[in-house]
Design a protein around this ligand. Sequence first.
Ligand code: GTP
Length: 597
Amino acid sequence: TRSPNIRNFSIIAHVDHGKSTLADRILEQLGAMGERDKRDQTLDTLELERERGITIKSTPIRLQYVRPNGEEYVFNLIDTPGHVDFNYEVSRSLAACEGVLLLVDASQGVEAQTIVNAYLAIDNDLEIVPVVNKIDLPAADPEGAAAELEEVIGIPADNAVFASGKTGQGVPEILEAIVEHIPAPSGDPQAPLKALIFDSFFDAYQGVILFVRVLEGTLNPKDQIHLMNAGKSFEVDKVGTFSPGLVVGDTLPAGAVGWVAAGIKDIQDAQVGDTLTGKESRTAEPFPGFKPAQPVVFSGLYPTDTEDYRKLREALEKLKLNDAAFNFEPETSEALGFGFRCGFLGLLHAEIIQERLEREYDLDLIATAPAVVYRVTLTNGEVFETQNPAEFPTRDRIELVEEPYIKLSVMVPEEYVGPIMQLLQERRGAMQTMNYIGKRVELVYEVPFAEILYDFHDRLKSISRGYASMDYEQIGYREGDLRKVDILVNNEVIDALAVIVHETKTYSLGRKIVDKMAEVIPRQMFPVPVQATIGGKIIARATVKAFRKDVLAKCYGGDITRKKKLLEKQKKGRARMKQFGTVEVPQEAFLAVLANE
Ligand code: GTP
């Protein structure tokens, strides 16, 4: 059975190819609110999303479309997050659709995210409606962009709709293409319930609100439902649709996109990708591809002011209520005091959380260097995972270390291919393929994930004068020769500065941190050694020179014995300082070193 008059679709595009503008135009043409600023209040809910121009949450909208021939349709437009950190969320949003509009900027052509997103759609068996956008631009080459789509992704160029989100040109054709090319949802409304969760958020009054696509059966208030992966059951309070915003309705039959409130208190129980079914009459199989939200990047967060520890914990707890992918646990650092080890989906996710803590909760934070999760096999056969340099064992206890790898796709104009390949080489990348697409090249590399955490994107952009684009996916673990580098100030290990790094990079990184640290530590009464070590062996050192307190200045003239005595005294003083003193390393020093590793 099909619901012939429903179309569930999403718009996918490379960043800045005009997704939001086109979505706006579609909304406007269908009589929903149109202007960007209104939309901002509805679709893009977070202030940060607006500022950064990226979508973090997928927000659906239900629209009415009346064809020129009078037939009426319901369109569910499901917005998707626009960043690789959230690719799993994107894939679940796509799984809720039957088709996508694949947008390409007519002046830019196919970019890295265009390709990755197109494959996400293909993996989900979706119908793709190609749209060449921004055709009003003077530099637009719509035929060229369409030809690239055909060449790279295999979508016939003839199928492309030429459009402009700015002028509205081509939008009526897009609406018709949605009806004609994207299949109606199928699914038996009488079958046992099967619904996919593609997003959720926490509401203080109603608990977790699930965004669902009903695949089979019908979802009603008072239904007893069961979450198949979480293994928990709940009673439905309310169901409804998005218009935009939550509108209460009475039922969600197969094919529908809507929301459910079921008094769920913990967002961990209602993860994206899980399947809802009836508590009594269950569907045979959950929707495939569920992955529990799992952080892949970790970093320590410490309040600059130790008084703020409790405030930080409360803020983290609040953020976690709404974010199943974020986790944290208390951690103590000798250098930074009490803080939390936090896990994120990626660097952007980490930055977003940090910024929200600083803005919404008015906290001042220090973050330690981001780290990936390593898998360590010890000589005694024990295997464990760790992302914390503090837990990384010494060389003699390690049998094998494995680190996460990604498949990285970079699109770049051909004149920059050389320097980009060199950059990837420096980052321990191994080339897989190289494809020419007109005057541009797609490079596909396998690279250790850790290698792109430190200013990779910035380097890529500056080398290519902004023209390169990238996207990636995780591809599992590979063996790597990794070491822990410790940093010592005045012979004491500064735990917060330890890093895990590939054997080939220990010296250069050790040197860099040591020099930087020596630069930012204020001079003391005695020289302070700063060292980088591996398993106790020094690999780099620098010295913070002592003040030379000019004791001799006091004795005019030539009483040599007096001079000697003074010098003697000063030497003793130095020794005492060394003996008693740990060096006061100001927090700015950590900030300087941690800020741009
Ligand atoms: P992300 O949300 O960051 O992925 O970006 P987006 O794909 O939603 O792009 P957005 O709609 O924000 O547009 C990016 C830029 O392109 C903005 O400066 C728009 O004003 C401009 N733009 C979008 N569509 C058109 C178009 O059809 N013609 C022209 N000339 N400019 C456009």
